[in-house]
Design a binder for this molecule. Structure first.
Ligand SMILES: NC(=O)c1ccc[n+]([C@@H]2O[C@H](COP(=O)([O-])OP(=O)(O)OC[C@H]3O[C@@H](n4cnc5c(N)ncnc54)[C@H](OP(=O)(O)O)[C@@H]3O)[C@@H](O)[C@H]2O)c1
Length: 219
């Protein structure tokens, strides 16, 4: 599949790019700056090693959108509105994946804004795009280390079942990931609030990048 990253030079962009390139997907690393995208391209290629050279491409964010069937919005929440208002004209009917968590720091703890980033993104982009939220509780450091086997759940929320199913399949290509259907996009708000919780737990309990796994006791 052709997968583009808006803000593909950042942490989650790197992690998902490496994981999916290894599975044979065509990855486009987008950035506001072509030279920065090129540096990320070289870095990811080096990490991937021989055999994956033709899997990566790079360029401006708009080209990541134009060249892809699925676009990951790997941007900090605070820049979403401005960045996507500028880019929305390039979207058509892509699946748009949001790992975005609207977190902020106050009184020395991370908190979640009383808003839903995924709904905001769907609101800004053309209604022909299908926004699916996922990956809020997967640490980028785990994704970036492609030798590491994950053992976590990814909750996927969205209003279009086919798009959700595509994202579920992509997520489960990453070894150790189980995907759970979270329901409609409006449920994303609950998933987004997990990110600051996990960061706080990590800091206060010296956990090494916690992620989430739900236990079904009937198993
Ligand atoms: N990091 C994690 O472990 C993790 C885990 C789960 C979910 N998430 C979520 O995933 C999203 C991305 O996280 P991240 O850690 O990858 O973020 P990040 O590394 O801080 O930033 C990602 C990219 O955003 C672009 N960017 C920064 N400021 C911008 C601006 N003003 N306008 C347009 N683009 C800008 C930059 O790309 P260019 O400079 O190349 O344009 C940057 O490389 C966040 O919403 C976060 O909540 C992160």
């Amino acid at each position: 599949m052709k997968i583009g990253f808006v803000g593909g030079t950042g942490y989650i962009g790197e992690g998902l790019s490496l994981r999916w390139a290894k599975k044979g997907h065509e990855i486009f690393i987008g950035s506001r700056n072509k030279e920065k995208a090129k540096r990320a391209f070289k870095k990811y290629n080096k990490k991937l090693g021989k055999g994956y050279k033709d899997k990566l491409n790079y360029g401006l964010n708009k080209d990541a959108i134009l060249e892809s069937e699925l676009v990951v919005i790997s941007l900090p929440a605070k820049v979403i509105k401005k960045a996507l208002e500028d880019l929305k004209k390039h979207f058509r009917n892509e699946i748009v994946v949001s790992p975005v968590a609207p977190l902020y720091k106050s009184d020395n703890v991370f908190k979640c804004k009383n808003t839903c980033a995924a709904l905001k993104i769907q609101d800004i982009l053309p209604s022909s795009t299908k926004v699916v939220s996922a990956f809020h509780s997967v640490p980028a450091s785990h994704l970036k280390d492609t030798e590491k086997n994950l053992n976590c759940d990814v909750v996927v929320c969205g209003d279009d079942e086919n798009s959700k199913s595509t994202v579920k399949s992509l997520a489960e290509e990453i070894k150790g990931v189980r995907c759970l259907n979270g329901g409609p996009l409006s449920v994303s708000k609950l998933c987004e609030s997990l990110t600051p919780l996990l960061i706080n737990l990590s800091i206060r309990n010296e956990l090494e990048d916690p992620s989430v796994k739900f236990i079904d006791f009937s198993d």
